[in-house]
Write a protein that binds this ligand. Structure first.
Ligand code: CA
Length: 380
């Protein structure tokens, strides 16, 4: 199931060479007639008349901007591109399987497809964390480059095939998140001590080591927890999603940057048996639509976040603040410590961290003189 890194890239797939001719009659019947310039695709052409009805489960509330809507777009695009030969029915979190058991359902073959976050599964597979984000890790640009050209996707597919019998696809990104909503000021590292904060994953572990208490609260309960004072602070995503939960109404300080999630990637997963049952042209459609959604969701977040931030800044009860440098410095060094320990938790984590580190070593010097230098120059 594992090909070389280049083979994974949709543009490099041999399937791209094929020319497909769909007649009006055949399309109406849901049957595609194909001509192939490649002899070994004859079998696929024959099976191209078959239609597939798939279920896709997600971790997201129905209609959630960005994450939820992105998955509905994904299903619609696959349906349209396949001329109805691959129909995907989307289920919101909890409708068919519990929100945090999406990958397990795909792995078991209960459903063919899923959309969630890799790091939800780090309890079972620590290395999965790298395929969402690690604190002080990659921006959305960087994780995409690592995936498609830097060897990240190849390793991911090898690992998921081995551990879950699943094929993963990058399928969305929120971009740089916010550090979160706080009802206590953070002026120095001392202010982290005793802070009760909702912050999941490795980021939460880092905050815990900095002296805070990591509290686990599902998204639906963040608002009430802040309002009642059960927690002092919470991170969710960024302006676009945070304003949808009304968090600006129950917390005073909105801190940035999201050091813990600076380009978290979402994953689409397909059960490998289901994947292998698809003819190559439908496989190419799934591959290409996932890559399109990966890009489209980032664009939606970039715009949605900017518009929502304008609204939040106009609210006299909210103060936008940057975390102090010494706080970020402490969080960065603790993050390195936590990630180092994570890499020691098995062979996959060590291999993947080595690939991640090598990619960062090469890409960061370039981004220093491009993205960063330009962002600084734009402020002059
Ligand atoms: Ca978050």
């Amino acid at each position: 199931t594992t090909l070389t890194g280049l083979d994974q890239h949709p543009g490099k797939r041999r399937g791209m060479k094929r020319r497909q001719i769909v007649t009006g009659m055949a399309a109406a019947a849901g049957v595609a007639a194909c001509s192939s310039d490649n002899a070994d695709h004859t079998a696929a052409s024959v099976s191209a008349g078959e239609t597939f009805e798939w279920n896709l489960v997600t971790s997201w509330p129905p209609g959630l901007p960005g994450l939820g809507v992105g998955v509905e777009n994904l299903a619609e695009r696959i349906n349209a591109a396949s001329n109805g030969r691959l129909n995907i029915k989307v289920y919101a979190g909890g409708e068919l399987v519990p929100a945090l058991e999406v990958l397990d359902a795909v792995s078991r073959g209960t459903v063919q497809m899923g959309h969630d976050s890799a790091y939800y599964h780090r309890g079972k597979l620590p290395a999965a964390q790298f395929y969402t984000t690690v604190p002080f890790g990659q921006t959305a640009h960087e994780i995409n480059a690592w995936m498609y050209y830097g060897g990240g996707l190849e390793l991911w597919r090898e690992m998921y095939a081995d551990v879950f019998n699943v094929r993963p696809f990058p399928a969305g990104n929120t971009g740089v998140q916010m550090a979160g909503w706080f009802n206590k000021e953070i002026n120095s590292v001392d202010d982290l001590r005793g802070l009760k904060m909702r912050i999941p994953g490795v980021g939460g572990e880092v905050m815990q080591r900095a002296g805070a208490s990591q509290i686990t609260v599902p998204a639906s309960e963040i608002f009430t927890s802040l309002q009642t004072g059960a927690i002092d602070a919470a991170e969710w995503v960024g302006p676009y999603n945070d304003i949808a939960l009304g968090l600006h109404k129950v917390a005073r300080y909105y801190y940035y940057p999201g050091w813990h999630e600076m380009g978290p990637m979402l994953q689409c997963t397909v059960n490998l048996d289901a994947w292998n049952s698809l003819p190559p042209d439908l496989q190419a459609i799934v591959e290409n639509v996932c890559q399109a959604i990966n890009d489209d969701m980032m664009a939606e977040y970039t715009w949605g976040n900017a518009v929502a931030l304008e609204q939040i800044k106009a609210d006299p009860n909210v103060e936008l603040r940057q975390l102090p440098d010494d706080v970020l410095r402490l969080l960065k060094s603790l993050s390195e410590e936590v990630i180092e320990e994570m890499a020691a938790e098995g062979e996959w984590a060590a291999r993947i961290k080595a690939s991640f580190d090598e990619f960062q070593r090469i890409v960061i010097p370039h981004h220093e003189i491009t993205e960063l230098a330009y962002m600084n120059a734009r402020r002059l």
